[in-house]
Ligand binder design. Structure first.
Ligand SMILES: [Zn+2]
Length: 304
């Protein structure tokens, strides 16, 4: 793919379904076509160019490049998918469904569904374990107390209707986020154990929940309440920088995010953060490569 210097150049290049399909095939299969159902490499392209036939006796199924991807059965043209993917994989705050709807000429409901499916593509499939010098922190995201009627406000503590997100970031490296089901010490310790390699240097603030991890991690604490923000390498400025990116995305663009969708918004922010050192085109190409998956409208709108 030749590099694009602007959104206009990007659009001018991916201006037909055929060009988008070709690129999707390339990113998904990297030149080696494989059956979406049985994985066989004995596959032929049918005459129309868009569909494939598996030649494996037990399978013999036909498929197109979108089968088994987030875009399976979509009625939205791939040109619109690509434009939305380019924006979401690159724009530091993402895009609201209202704005996306007006740019693509689709309904807001369609844009909302599209946005969520693209966030699913921006979700890294392999769980990541951080190592080295790792900053950990937690933040609260969600509904605002001030929006509640004053009679109800007094029943809520500062964070009672917000969702806690645990975050960890390698200094000069990768970030991970994880929604924490509750604010117990156990949940935070589990999040640390699941995401950070034992023996790593862990920097946190004075949150007492992290006490007790000193046996498995070299644990440095920064005491914010006493005005200490940086002690040599012991600071949590990197993860706090990530939280401000996440909050600009959520508060600035979406205003309200329901707890059941929050992890997907966090994955969107992590994707851009973790790929910040590569070009816009490469970020977009990586999102396309990660197209396999499944997310239906029914799943998204199910009451939990
Ligand atoms: Zn097959």
């Amino acid at each position: 793919m030749k590099p694009f210097n602007s959104l206009l150049q990007f659009q001018a290049h991916f201006n037909t379904e055929e060009k988008c399909r070709e690129f999707l095939e390339h990113q998904r299969w990297n030149g080696t076509l494989a059956c979406c159902f049985c994985g066989s490499l004995h596959v032929t392209r049918l005459k129309n160019g868009r569909r494939f036939q598996c030649n494996e006796k037990e399978c013999r199924k036909q498929f197109s490049v979108t089968v088994g991807t987030i875009a399976e059965n979509t009625k939205i043209p791939l040109t619109k998918w690509f434009l939305a993917m380019y924006i979401l994989s690159n724009h530091s705050k993402g895009i609201s469904s209202l704005q996306l709807a007006s740019w693509l000429g689709v309904t807001q409901k369609t844009a909302w569904f599209l946005n969520h499916r693209i966030r699913e593509m921006l979700t890294e499939k392999e769980p990541k374990v951080l190592r080295g010098l790792v900053e950990v922190d937690e933040t609260y995201v969600g509904g605002k107390i001030s929006n509640k009627h004053v009679s109800k406000r007094k029943h809520f503590g500062r964070n009672d209707n917000k969702t806690m997100v645990f975050g960890a970031v390698e200094r000069e490296g990768q970030v991970i986020t994880q929604i924490v089901p509750d604010t117990t010490k156990e949940s935070l310790i589990n999040a640390v154990n699941e995401n950070i390699e034992k023996g790593s240097v862990m920097v946190s603030d004075e949150n007492p929940s992290y006490k007790g991890l000193s046996k498995e991690y070299q644990h440095a604490k920064v005491n914010h309440s006493s005005g200490q923000y940086v002690i040599g390498a012991a600071h949590t400025n990197t993860i706090e920088g990530f939280w401000s990116l996440l909050k600009r995305q959520i508060n600035g663009i979406h205003h309200y995010v329901s707890p059941k969708h929050l992890q997907r918004y966090c994955h969107e922010a992590s994707f851009r953060y973790n790929q910040k050192k590569i070009t816009q085109d490469e970020r977009f190409a990586n999102a396309v490569s990660n197209c396999e998956g499944h997310l239906t409208y029914k799943t998204l709108t199910k009451q939990i």
